[in-house]
Design a binder for this molecule. Sequence first.
Ligand code: CA2
Length: 144
Amino acid sequence: MKILVINGPNLNFLGIREPDIYGKNTYRDLCALLENAAKERNVDIEIFQSNHEGELVEKIQWAYFHKVDGIVINPAAYTHTSVAILDALKAVNIPAVEVHISDVDSREDFRQISYVGKYCFKRIAGEGFDGYVHAMDVLIDKLK
Ligand code: CA2
C-alpha cells in the first residue's frame, strides 16, 4: 500500500513561528513521525510540501501515474480557496483524508470553508501532528 502525504504553504515553517497555534515541533519532526508510523504499519510513504498551488496540483496528478492508493492532505491556506486542488483530487479519484494541525472550526470564519473537503471522505482537525497518523490509519482501514 502506498500513501502520499501532501502539505501546503508555510507548513515548512512549523516550529519556527506561531508555536502557540501549530506547536513547537518542526516540519522535519513531522516527516520523521510519519516515516516511523508508515514503517510500523508496513506501508510505503511519500511526503511532499510546497508553497505553490500548481506544484500541489502536479503532485496530485503524479499520484495517479505512480499507483498511490491513498492521500493525506493538509492544503494549509489553499484549503479555503483552491478549486484547482479540489478538481485535481476529483480527477485522480484516489481516496483522500483532509487534515489540519489546528482546530480550524474554532478559528476565523474564513477557515470554516473547505474546498478540498468536498472531495475528502474524512476531515481530522485539532489533533496536532498526531492528526496525520490518525488520517493514515483511517485511510489504511478504508483501503484494506
Ligand atoms: O491547522 C492547519 O493545519 C492549517 O491547515 C494550517 C494553515 C492554515 O491556513 C489553515 O487554516 C489551517 C497555515 C499553515 C501555516 O503554517 C505555519 C506554521 C508555522 C508558522 C507559521 C505558519
